[in-house]
Design a binder for this molecule. Structure first.
Ligand SMILES: Nc1ncnc2c1ncn2[C@@H]1O[C@H](COP(=O)(O)OP(=O)(O)OP(=O)(O)O)[C@@H](O)[C@H]1O
Length: 268
């Protein structure tokens, strides 16, 4: 199922990146108009249980800024806070402090492909969210067909969703968001449950969706570093903090440096 048109956002705040020390990146809030996703000084804490109401900090002063029309990845080890940050950007969680701006409409696609599809056939699922737009039948058909084309599923229009692979279901969910003219796709570890062929197909579908429409921006949570080759930029988190924020080439060398330090440590 797509959660589309989530409405909570703060005022537009924006930000040039300023020069960065070697292992951390800081994003400063100011103003710019080509930014699709922005978080400024986001903190988030959970209260673990009512008996012990001491908040546990999960996100620590996280800032990020993603230009319109780009495919960015949110990387980092298990438990560092990626999904929490994504849910705050989606409006599914409220930050303890800090501000968020995300272009509307936005759509959140979940990790489990079986939670994505609600209708019996591919075309009816993609059309599911279009009822609110008061479109003619021809407009609905055109939107569904263009969206399925963008994700490489033009030949699947009349297929039963029950017969789709996990990756195909993810692509149907993305097509549903595109059909609704969604401007921001927030994608939470979509490749976790998929085999390698499906993983690549979903990545290519997102890449192609952005290449087809300059209006769409995507943020993709993953811990698979090899997926970086499809991205324009990336954010690397550790222990609730954003430690690197930059284009894909800078991120690759940052991660290679990190890996070589780690290899030296385990060999010494
Ligand atoms: N509802 C919750 N209550 C308490 N702690 C939580 C809750 N949800 C997440 N956490 C904790 O917050 C931290 C960050 O979790 P999050 O799911 O954002 O990390 P992640 O980087 O997405 O991890 P993964 O890659 O394993 O999915 C973890 O330590 C997790 O245990």
């Amino acid at each position: 199922m797509n959660i589309s048109s989530l409405t909570r956002y703060s005022n537009l705040l924006v930000v040039p990146l300023y020069s960065t020390p070697p292992t951390t990146t800081t994003v400063r809030c100011s103003s710019a108009n080509n930014i699709a996703i922005e978080g400024c000084n986001l903190n988030f804490s959970f209260v673990a249980n009512q008996a012990n109401a001491v908040p546990v900090p999960i996100l620590k002063d996280c800032s990020l800024r993603i230009p319109s029309g780009q495919f960015w990845m949110l990387l980092g080890p298990n438990g560092c806070g990626k999904s929490t940050l994504l849910k705050i950007l989606a409006g599914l969680l409220n930050p303890t402090s800090g501000t968020v701006f995300v272009n509307e409409p936005k759509s959140f696609v979940f990790q489990n492909p079986d939670h994505q599809v609600v209708m019996p056939t591919v075309d009816s699922d993609v059309a599911f969210g279009l009822g609110k737009f008061n479109l003619t039948n021809d407009e609905v058909i055109s939107r569904v067909s263009n969206a399925l084309h963008a994700v490489g599923l033009s030949d699947y229009m009349k297929r039963s969703v029950q017969t789709l692979s996990g990756g195909q279901k993810q692509r149907v969910a993305i097509a549903g968001a595109l059909a609704e003219a969604c401007k921001v796709l927030l994608l939470d570890e979509l490749t976790t449950f998929l085999d390698e062929t499906d993983q690549v197909a979903v990545l290519k579908a997102v890449r192609n969706s952005l290449d087809t429409s300059a209006e769409v921006t995507a943020l993709w949570v993953t811990h698979r570093l090899e997926e970086l080759e499809y991205a324009d930029g990336a954010i690397y988190m550790e222990d609730g903090k954003v430690v690197m924020h930059g284009d894909a080439a800078s991120m690759r060398s940052f991660i290679e440096d990190k890996q070589s330090v780690y290899i030296k440590q385990i060999n010494s």
